[in-house]
Write a new protein. Structure first.
Length: 256
């Protein structure tokens, strides 16, 4: 019951904030139905130039990370590996994966090391379907902006969200899956929707609004201020609504 109340509070505050706030500096701005720039060129883990339009021919999972990340990038990729192992869908047949480093200083050699860490247990067919890409600053800025992936550099590291972005075979963004752990059923539905070109908003966006990543503790922390603000605002609206209703009810009827 307590968790349900928090979710409702977050929903209310999220809808109110979205109506009047600007895009966040860090986080996700959903660009459902938008098409990613398929003409972009990257370098893969084999040090080969690749163009997105030549790679995307089936539902594709996009993940943005950087290879020296001390925070959520490794847990995110671990969560992806667990998801793909648990899913009854076959990587390389039903979907493919593209992991892009948003740190332009990352190299194909680092990409190859990261891929080996997370993809080594899969079949050869699956290994070929999980790509690790690097690119220059302009290319990275274009793909992250189009995907709505907002991040900020602080010193040598970056503050960013954990999310998977589903893209259709035509390059259309169809779903955002938030967090570090994912349910096979949610993923399967996202792949099916992507194959059909259907876009769906993610309820986990509420959770992303209620929780923020703590880079020092390397964990997600509850946004108490946002939740308390939501509750106070909700109570105030109910209170003033009650006063207005009571005033109208007590207003004497004028005699003619």
């Amino acid at each position: 019951m307590k968790q349900l109340f928090i979710i409702f509070a977050c929903l209310f505050c999220l809808s109110f904030a979205q109506a009047q706030s600007k895009d966040p500096e860090i986080g996700i701005v959903e660009h459902l139905e938008d098409t990613i720039p398929l003409n972009l060129t990257f370098i893969d883990e084999n040090n080969q130039k690749v163009v997105l339009k030549d790679m995307i021919d089936k539902p594709t999972v996009f993940a943005f990370v950087y290879f020296n990340c001390p925070g959520i990038c490794s847990p995110l990729q671990e969560g992806m590996r667990e998801l793909f192992e648990r899913s009854d869908l076959e990587m390389g047949k039903d979907y493919q994966v593209i992991t892009i480093s948003f740190d332009y200083s990352d190299t194909p050699d680092k990409a190859a090391i990261k891929k080996k860490n997370f993809v080594s247990k899969f079949s050869e067919k699956s290994k070929k379907a999980w790509h690790y890409l690097t690119g220059d600053s302009a290319t990275i800025a274009e793909i992250t902006n189009k995907a709505g992936f907002k991040y900020k550099k602080t010193g040598l590291d970056f503050i960013h969200a954990g999310v998977l972005i589903m893209v259709s075979p035509q390059g259309k963004i169809t779903r955002y899956l938030y967090g570090l752990k994912f349910l096979p059923f949610d993923f399967k539905m996202a792949v099916i929707e992507s194959q059909q070109g259907l876009s769906r908003p993610a309820i986990n966006k509420v959770l992303d609004f209620c929780f923020s990543y703590d880079p020092q503790g390397k964990r997600y922390a509850l946004e108490v201020t946002k939740i308390i603000g939501s509750i106070i605002l909700f109570v105030l609206i109910i209170f003033f609504g009650f006063l207005i209703f009571r005033r109208k009810k007590m207003k004497p009827v004028q005699q003619q």
